[in-house]
Design a protein around this ligand. Structure first.
Ligand code: AP5
Ligand code: MG
Length: 215
């Protein structure tokens, strides 16, 4: 299963990708998480990415394509992957198509989580993030259930950065929807509801029942 989880900032990509990772045992490849790991480790890439991310802009395409090229060469993605946050621009999508082509792979489906902008801002303002593994949790969660770390607010979840992220999404990432629609790959999911309701909608769109996925 080679999947892309697509949607605006705060639409639940990370949340749903994690549930699919648990259900299908294929890696969740999230470029935002990879970048935040580099920032936390203070690598040259992290130092370059940090101010761009904090301001809500996009890291340059050539850097992101290099990250994904390396990531797809790791053995664990041979059985499939759930891509989250990449591609985000048309040049990234074209580069990924040619990369997947070289590997004899293609996306099986693009799951589009459709959430109105008015719902995104409060979700992001309250979101809590684990500083160790970057996983995100709903407002009010204090400790990471996986490693016990005290959860923090992401720097780019502050109101000004959120506004910018949504603007950049609309300008640079929304055109991808048409790109993948032309390839007949898009399943549009109503992304408003409980996390479990949306998980069931995603499974249905993938032709899987909730029982199959949890067995
Ligand atoms: P990235 O980390 O990918 O951020 P994003 O796309 O802005 O998306 P988020 O992670 O904020 O939201 P999400 O859709 O995953 O939602 P979540 O599940 O957490 O990228 C960050 C930055 O890195 C970019 O701005 C850019 O600078 C850089 N970058 C990354 N990739 C790049 C690329 N390819 N090219 C260039 N730059 C790149 O959910 C949000 C909140 O809502 C959580 O609190 C969650 O618990 C809650 N929630 C989830 N589902 C529901 C629900 N159904 N109802 C209510 N609340 C819910
Ligand atoms: Mg995310």
């Amino acid at each position: 299963m080679n999947l892309l989880i697509y949607g605006p900032p705060g639409s639940g990509k990370g949340t749903q990708a994690e549930l699919l990772h648990q259900a299908f045992d294929v890696p969740h490849i999230a470029t935002g998480d990879i970048l935040r790991g580099e920032v936390a480790a203070g690598t040259p890439l992290g130092l370059k990415a940090q101010p761009i991310m904090a301001g809500g802009g996009y890291v340059p395409d050539d850097i992101m394509i290099g990250i994904i090229r390396n990531r797809l060469q790791q053995g664990d993605s041979q059985k499939g992957f759930i891509m989250d946050g990449f591609p985000r621009t048309i040049p990234q999508a074209e580069a990924l198509d040619s990369l997947l082509d070289d590997l004899g792979r293609r996306f099986d489906r693009v799951v589009y989580l459709n959430v109105e902008t008015s719902e995104l801002v409060p979700r992001l303002a309250g979101r809590m993030t684990c500083p160790i593994d970057q996983k995100t949790y709903p407002p009010g969660t204090e400790k990471c259930p996986l490693d016990g770390a005290t959860l923090i607010q992401r720097e780019d979840d502050k109101p000004e950065a959120v506004k910018k992220r949504i603007e950049v999404y609309l300008e640079k990432t929304l055109p991808l929807l048409e790109y993948y629609r032309r390839q007949g790959l898009v399943s549009e999911i109503d992304g408003v509801g409980t996390i479990q309701e949306i998980h069931k909608r995603v499974l249905t769109a993938l032709g899987q029942s909730a029982d199959v996925a949890s067995s």
